[in-house]
Write a new protein. Structure first.
Length: 261
């Protein structure tokens, strides 16, 4: 509860030069970390922070407008939105680790001249935390912070597959309400886990193929993927791309262990 105590002290100072509404918004966002909850109710936030419901509601509506908070249509509760996830992606990788990953992405890009992406799970969303763009005129476009869909594509499915079973089932339940679709996706993820990599063709964008592999650095899990026009990747060889990605991941994980020791 350190976050809440710090913010309370700031707000209670009547002569404070700070903007109370901004501090209240920060306290609301920090409450998700303090309570380790994915979603919170209006009443729950109001009680936890000793703020009037009207005040909390106005702030939540503002955060929702900015994309930092989303409201579930089903439960009415509030969860962190994609806006804050995009900001979090900028600091989700430790500097030393980030340097290692960036170097590896550049090496892969030089080797294949295709778009290479590293993504991770932030909250219940897949997010691109770094990428190197292909130099080809016809290439897969993107930007840091873009949302990676978890139910389609090599990157998303690999991200989903590598989560622990409890979280994986929760995420699948959020993606699909139909039991048949849930079962199909679960079977696909089990096959990906067994293979140790994921390949997709035309799942996210028509004519685009991708290969993705898991990367474990300390307690954090990432996915490195390479994508491009299907014909070009077939010419290079999907198995060659897979083997190179797996070798890159092994080297990164070894360097990560050395940094830790």
């Amino acid at each position: 509860m350190i976050y809440l105590e710090r913010s309370l002290l700031m707000v209670d100072q009547s002569s404070s030069p700070y903007v109370n509404s901004v501090l209240h918004a920060v306290r609301i966002l920090e409450l998700y970390a303090a309570q380790r909850r994915e979603s919170l109710s209006l009443t729950g936030i109001s009680r936890a922070l000793s703020l009037h419901k009207t005040t909390v509601y106005r702030i939540l509506r503002t955060l929702q407008h900015a994309g930092w908070i989303e409201q579930s249509e089903k439960s009415g509760q509030y969860r962190l939105g994609t806006g804050i996830l995009m900001v979090a992606s900028a600091v989700s990788v430790h500097n030393t680790v980030k340097d290692l990953i960036t170097e590896a992405l550049n090496d892969l890009s030089d080797c294949f001249n295709e778009t290479v992406v590293v993504s991770t799970l932030l909250g219940h969303q897949g997010v691109c935390v770094d990428m190197v763009q292909s130099r080809h005129r016809l290439s897969v476009m993107g930007h840091k912070g873009y949302i990676v869909p978890l139910h389609i594509g090599a990157s998303g499915k690999m991200l989903l597959a590598m989560q622990d079973e409890s979280l994986r089932d929760t995420l699948i339940g959020e993606l699909f309400t139909e039991k048949t679709k849930q079962r199909i996706l679960k079977n696909q993820l089990l096959a990906i886990l067994q293979d140790g990599y994921a390949v997709s063709r035309g799942e996210v964008d028509e004519g685009v193929a991708a290969v993705a592999v898991p990367l474990h650095l300390g307690q954090k899990g990432y996915v490195i993927s390479l994508s491009g026009p299907e014909a070009r990747l077939e010419t290079i060889g999907l198995s060659r791309i897979r083997d190179t990605l797996l070798k890159t991941v092994r080297n990164l994980e070894q360097k990560g262990r050395m940094l830790k020791s």
